[in-house]
Write a protein that binds this ligand. Structure first.
Ligand SMILES: Nc1nc(=O)n([C@H]2C[C@H](O)[C@@H](COP(=O)(O)O)O2)cc1CO
Ligand SMILES: [Zn+2]
Length: 161
């Protein structure tokens, strides 16, 4: 009988918590999204959160949701999933999993499929009726990328940092 701890966090809790932690870096006042890409043998390969591209200052670009398209965040922001994919410099993501706090849009679905990621574990599915999410699921289904909702244990993780 070993004396090991019983209340250690599961792999799913660990990776979703890491994704959520990355999301805390986001300056978006409405949705802070985080992603964590994991290898088949449970090693973290990359992380990302939603933000403007390098060189595009948060003090100059808008975080607005409404108005003329050019005055909203939507045409400028890089989504957490794409950032996580682009942040990975190690080579191949074939067979990897991505933990993401919000269901991927159609553009990120394209990047996920093309990068070789095979499984998505998502937190919320806030916008299921939008064309972006409907198109995303259609492409993921066609490409054989599986997705499942993160099954929250309700465990609270508190860190004093
Ligand atoms: N999967 C996603 N990953 C993301 O990083 N995002 C980003 C884009 C925006 O910065 C924000 C969504 O803004 P809002 O429409 O909830 O105020 O989250 C959005 C989605 C939704 O598809
Ligand atoms: Zn996206």
């Amino acid at each position: 009988m070993s004396g090991k701890r019983k209340d250690y966090i599961t792999w799913d809790e660990y990776f979703m918590a890491v994704a959520r932690l990355a999301g805390l870096r986001s300056k978006d006042p409405n949705s802070q999204v985080g992603s964590c890409i994991v290898s088949t043998d449970n090693k973290i390969l990359s992380m990302g959160y939603n933000g403007f591209p390098l060189g595009c200052s948060d003090d100059e670009y808008p975080w607005d949701r409404e108005g003329e398209p050019l005055d909203t965040k939507y045409v400028y922001v890089t989504h957490s999933e794409l950032n996580a994919i682009l942040n990975y410099r190690g080579g191949n993501l074939e067979g990897a999993k991505i933990y993401v706090s919000l269901f991927p849009c159609n553009e990120c679905a394209k990047a996920i499929i093309q990068s070789g990621i095979k499984e998505i574990i998502y937190g919320e599915d806030k916008y299921p009726d939008t064309p972006a999410v409907i198109a995303s699921k259609r492409m993921l289904d066609s490409a054989g990328v599986v997705y499942r909702k993160y099954d929250s244990s309700g465990r609270k993780i508190e860190l004093e940092i």
